[in-house]
Design a protein around this ligand. Sequence first.
Ligand SMILES: NC(=O)C1=CN([C@@H]2O[C@H](COP(=O)(O)OP(=O)(O)OC[C@H]3O[C@@H](n4cnc5c(N)ncnc54)[C@H](O)[C@@H]3O)[C@@H](O)[C@H]2O)C=CC1
Ligand SMILES: O=C(O)CCC(=O)C(=O)O
Length: 427
Amino acid sequence: MLKYMAEKSKTGMYESVMKQFEKAADIMNLDSNIRKILSNTNNEIVVHFPVKMDNGSVEVFTGYRVQHNNALGPYKGGLRYHPTVDIDDARALAIWMTWKTSLAGLPYGGGKGGIQLDPVKYSASELERITRRFTFALGGNIGPEYDIPAPDVNTNAQIMAWMADTYMSTKDSDSRSKYAHVVTGKPINSGGLEGRDRATGFGVVTTLQSWADWKNETLEGKSYIVQGFGNVGQWTAHFMKEKGAKMVAVQDHTGTIYNENGIDPIELLEYAKGNKGGVAGYPKAEAIDNDKFFALQCDICIPAALGSQITGANANDIKAKVIAEGANGPTTPEGEEILLKKGVSIIPDILCNSGGVIGSYYEWLQNRNGEIWQMDDVIGKLERKLINSFGKVVVAAAEYKVDLRTAAYIVAIRRIELTYRERGVFP
Ligand SMILES: NC(=O)C1=CN([C@@H]2O[C@H](COP(=O)(O)OP(=O)(O)OC[C@H]3O[C@@H](n4cnc5c(N)ncnc54)[C@H](O)[C@@H]3O)[C@@H](O)[C@H]2O)C=CC1
Ligand SMILES: O=C(O)CCC(=O)C(=O)O
């Protein structure tokens, strides 16, 4: 059923998402027609666009937007700026978005995309021009009721503001403000939602808390390691501190730092801000080899960076009792098999990091209805929604006697299946 792969995708994420889907589809005995539909993406947009660099030369960039499924509503999902972005990754990430939005009960389908580039190589003004040309090249392939991008790796509120501005500038001046919800994750002044910045990290910790409640455990005093100290990693650490948990190691693209007595997330964030965002060199922790990270002694492991990090090669070394997947696709099926055999719980990405897209939904509603939501309302609503999703997954896990990921897939896919049936697509 691996439709597109002539050879293995570079990051392996496409194989992972399809294997996860097939496992769930087999167990739930998914209708073969629905299976066929969901094994394919609806649309795959690849654009090549020229941008003038600061030195006057022109570079041609490649951007992607994959729209997997929109049975439940407009395509929704982030844009990533990273050298690994390609069509296979965009497909995998779009498919994960379909499951995530369905599981969260949102009126959205799944899409994802990005540009293949290393953002550190470009100035802020080059990144602005790249973003604007990309938005223009995507043209009508995005839209507030059709496909709504958001931030992901190496994209942020500023990039969303440039996108919204470029998109709106293509509309008549008297109706421009109607289009602000073409992207979410914008700065507050430009229609952004209070709390969207922390929504994913808050969600990671809320699902961890739900897991702890379910297992009759507490997060207080638990040690954890986190891979990635960007939007998701930082906010996760912030909320883990509120729970009284102890961060003992952090890994990012600059290196790995460790202190068994704990690393303060607020101090580390201040340090990283003055260190181009990197954690390497933080004076209150020791530098350790990158390949020792996942083997560190801890209670909780939080991958919050890139995909395919926990694999058949390192899963055996993991000491944590629970993995909270802040990142998309951090655990390969081979890694997962080993972890499940060892009795490790995995809170799957489509549940664990769904706080971000739920926050985006609130931003979209806020813009669509001309409202301004307050932080307390956002966080309260988000928490209730996440606890509700966690409960549904636990019920499905018991009913089908499966792990949490497979259960989450079953809940997500059932909702889409039901929608197709209600519309009379299948008997
Ligand atoms: N931003 C959001 O709202 C959401 C993000 N996610 C996922 O969370 C993950 C992180 O996203 P963000 O925090 O938004 O991105 P970000 O760009 O803010 O941060 C990415 C972090 O990953 C680190 N990193 C990059 N390459 C690495 C490597 N090879 N080894 C270790 N660390 C590395 C970077 O140093 C940085 O700390 C991604 O998988 C993303 O798809 C999922 C749901 C929502
Ligand atoms: O906020 C959104 O719309 C999507 C965020 C995202 O890309 C994700 O959940 O992986």
